[in-house]
Design a protein around this ligand. Structure first.
Ligand SMILES: [Zn+2]
Length: 337
């Protein structure tokens, strides 16, 4: 290689490095088959007797009527007893915020949550069914993307357990619905136990990590989390009479402008939800713009999307009319608490 070609090669390598470092989210294990078309079987672990699709994010369980809110990523490394031993790595720079080391308390078994600040938004990654959390790792500890935080396992408190064959890490990317979840839960379900405080699954609303990672892969440096969130498909649009939404305060970039509400004062919000109940677009509304006196009103439903992804049961059809189902109402109660 002549001098100029060598210099060019160095420049190209630097360019590639810049491209790689621009990728905010990384896969949490060495299994990268997600990016190889046709290799889905080597990446996802399906449920017993079901195809790999049942290990993806979405309405993929119980004939499409049960949500799986993460990716089940296949084990690649095993010890002599065939137990999983893949290192589990942080998907992005962040802070260890919670871990559970009493597997009997959760169907997630041993699990760990990392908080990330990305484009001004707080997002949490969750890694479940771990054999072991890295010894010495502490709550509040800062970690780097790609840093090993745990070892893959198959811990869970479910009766059936997870077989060696199906060993995987369950990986989620979530946002907090409400920072006052614990008191909401106590008030709403006074007789039920909440072992995980704000980390109760009901308070976490997930994004599809597969779609996110593929979008990042194809868009490279142009990828943005905010754009990804804004690009969600609408399941329904609701109006809520609640002038103070913690979601709107925490994610101002998802809130559109409305001169009428700016002038007259915000009485509530119009909210677009995806099929998983993710509030991805909010428009402030003035009292004069809100037709209904009800606290919650269903404005529209994307019937095609509901047919495709009905498992959250947020809305339902009664006598040809759409209405908010109890799960939808519950979500709005929590969002507006
Ligand atoms: Zn899972």
């Amino acid at each position: 290689m002549n001098k100029r070609a060598a210099a060019l090669a160095v420049l190209l390598a630097a360019g590639n490095a810049a491209l790689v470092s621009a990728q905010v989210f990384q896969l949490p294990t060495a299994n990268h088959a997600l990016f190889e078309p046709g290799k889905e079987d080597s990446f996802f672990v399906g449920t017993v007797g079901k195809p790999w699709t049942s290990g993806t994010f979405g309405c993929v369980r119980s004939s499409g009527w049960q949500m799986h809110e993460g990716l089940d990523i296949r084990c690649q490394k095993r010890d002599q007893r065939s137990e999983p031993m893949d290192p589990v790595m942080a998907t992005a720079d962040g802070t260890v915020i919670y871990f559970n080391t009493r597997p009997s308390l959760s169907n997630y078994g041993n699990y760990l949550v990392v908080r990330h600040q990305i484009e001004g938004m707080e997002i949490f990654s969750l890694y479940a069914h771990l054999k072991e959390i890295r010894p010495g790792l502490k709550m509040g500890q800062a970690i780097k993307a790609g840093e090993t935080i745990a070892t893959m396992g198959r811990t869970t408190n479910t009766r059936e357990g997870i077989s060696k064959e199906r060993a995987h890490v369950h990986f989620e990317l979530n946002l907090f619905l409400n920072e006052h979840f614990s008191s909401w839960y106590k008030k709403t379900f006074p007789d039920q136990r909440n072992d995980h405080g704000d980390w109760n699954g009901q308070n976490l609303v997930g994004l599809d990590p597969r779609l996110l990672l593929l979008a990042q892969q194809s868009q490279g440096a142009k990828f943005g989390l905010l754009n990804f969130i804004r690009g969600q498909t609408e399941l329904c649009r609701v109006s809520v009479r609640a002038p103070h939404l913690s979601w709107a305060r925490r994610f101002p970039a998802l809130v559109g402008r409305n001169p009428v509400a700016e002038k007259e004062g915000v009485a509530g919000y119009e909210i677009a939800l995806n099929y998983n109940g993710f509030p991805f677009e909010l428009v402030p509304r003035a009292a004069s713009e809100m037709k209904s006196k009800n606290r919650f009103q269903l404005l529209s439903v994307n019937a095609a999307e509901h047919q495709k992804n009905p498992c959250r049961r947020l809305v339902t059809q009664k006598g040809g009319r759409w209405e908010l189902a109890s799960h939808g109402l519950n979500l709005l109660e929590l969002l507006t608490y």
